[in-house]
Design a binder for this molecule. Structure first.
Ligand code: UDP
Length: 238
């Protein structure tokens, strides 16, 4: 395998990646597909921190639109991410990958508390660190958690694995003439609301010059290709 271009990355997976072809919940066989690839890439020495979403189970904002207190719903959303993190941990370990789940909300019986220096130590030892419970605060998203963890863990880039193969000027599902960007600036992403990640995450990345690599999770081999620096999607930078 070629030498990886990055030495440490933050991989952001949305909850929907765990739902497979269902609308909701966790489909273990869907997780198995990308877990194999993550384990393979980790075995080459690339250090990986994962941030997992929870939208396949619960979103605070959606619940608040139906009358639930927003913060209460957000805590439920964060709990959903812990379930997802445990599911991904199971799949990674079945592929021979050493992992630790570290949670921003204490849950001592199922996961370690998130401690930055400990997370760095785990990665130095070759363990994939799965960051659960987002930032631990309501009114944030796991995109923001991905930017935060990527910065404090000194990752070289955020890998945003999605269901499309990059960033388009308009929704490629709706418009045949949508054009894909090879690179796009943080400002253009924000101004045109290109929907890469939420604005808090993009702003944090912009303020700290952290590249965001957007690519399709469902194309086999893409995590490896992105790790090798191949241009398989869109890079948000500059
Ligand atoms: N959440 C939160 N604070 C965080 C991260 C997540 O309150 O720092 C809650 C929020 O309600 C969010 C839910 O957890 O809707 C699930 O996360 P997200 O929507 O980011 O998941 P994804 O869309 O990536 O699956």
């Amino acid at each position: 395998m070629e030498k990886a271009r990055y030495s440490r990355i933050l991989l952001k997976l949305s909850g929907e990646a765990l739902a497979g072809d269902q609308q909701f919940g966790i489909q273990p066989e869907a997780i198995g597909q990308f877990a194999k690839e993550i384990a393979e890439v980790a075995s080459t020495g690339l250090q990986i921190a994962l941030v997992i979403g929870g939208g396949n189970i619960f979103r605070g904002m959606a619940a608040s639109a139906k009358g639930m207190d927003r913060a209460q719903g957000d805590y439920m959303g964060m709990l959903a991410t812990i379930m997802n993190a445990l599911a991904v941990q199971d799949a990674l370990e079945k592929n021979g990958c050493d992992t630790r789940v570290m949670t921003a909300l204490s849950m001592a019986d199922v996961a370690e508390p998130y401690i930055r220096r400990r997370a760095l130590r785990h990665m130095d030892k070759g363990r994939v660190v799965i960051c659960a419970a987002g930032t631990g605060n309501p009114y944030f998203t796991t995109d923001s958690a991905a930017a935060l963890r990527a910065l404090e863990l000194k990752c070289d880039a955020i890998f945003k694995a999605t269901k499309v193969d990059g960033v388009y000027d308009k929704d490629p599902a709706k418009f045949d003439d949508a054009v894909k960007y090879e690179t796009v600036s943080y400002m253009e992403t924000l101004e045109k609301r290109l929907g890469v990640m939420d604005s808090t995450a993009i702003s944090m990345a912009r303020d700290n010059d952290l590249p965001i690599i957007v690519f399709n999770l469902h194309t086999e081999g893409n995590i490896r290709r992105a790790a090798n620096g191949e241009n398989i999607g869109t890079t948000v930078q500059g």
